[in-house]
Design a protein around this ligand. Structure first.
Ligand code: ZN
Length: 138
């Protein structure tokens, strides 16, 4: 069995952002040389997500609005976590959007359903953060 590991770095200029990282994951899969197996992609920070959905800008605005209703960023004082930090909302948003995805690798390709794309969801940005890519198989 082959095994591949890579860290991808992100530094978003805004507090929140959704980035389609499918091209980078495709590149990792090519680099790995693995044709049959599993590809795990996870955020390495507890205020960021990796999730699969449609690359449609209206939907991304809907996610932003929906998450702000569930866990509004402000006022910061509404959260117990915000004693020394201001990112309680980011922890909650990350939990809703998820930590990781696993995609099957078939014939050297990410075996997606229709319109599936992999996104990095940032909820407390403006600093360097990582995503882990682990691919196993043969
Ligand atoms: Zn925190």
């Amino acid at each position: 069995m082959k095994s591949y590991r890579k860290e991808l770095w992100f530094n978003t200029p805004t507090r929140r952002a959704f980035i389609n990282i499918t091209p980078q994951i495709d590149e990792c899969l090519r680099e790995s040389g693995i044709k049959e197996g599993l590809c795990l992609v996870n955020a390495m920070h507890i205020t960021a997500s990796v999730f699969i959905n449609d690359d449609e800008s209206g939907l991304h605005q809907d996610f932003e609005k929906w998450l702000e209703k569930l866990a509004p960023e402000k006022p910061y004082s509404q959260y117990k976590h915000n004693g020394f930090e201001d990112n309680a909302d980011a922890h909650l948003k990350r939990t809703v959007m998820g930590r990781e995805v696993v995609v099957a690798v078939t014939n050297g390709k990410l075996d997606f359903g229709p319109w599936e794309q992999i996104f990095y969801g940032e909820f407390d940005g403006k600093r360097r953060k990582r995503v882990l890519v682990k691919i196993i198989g043969e």
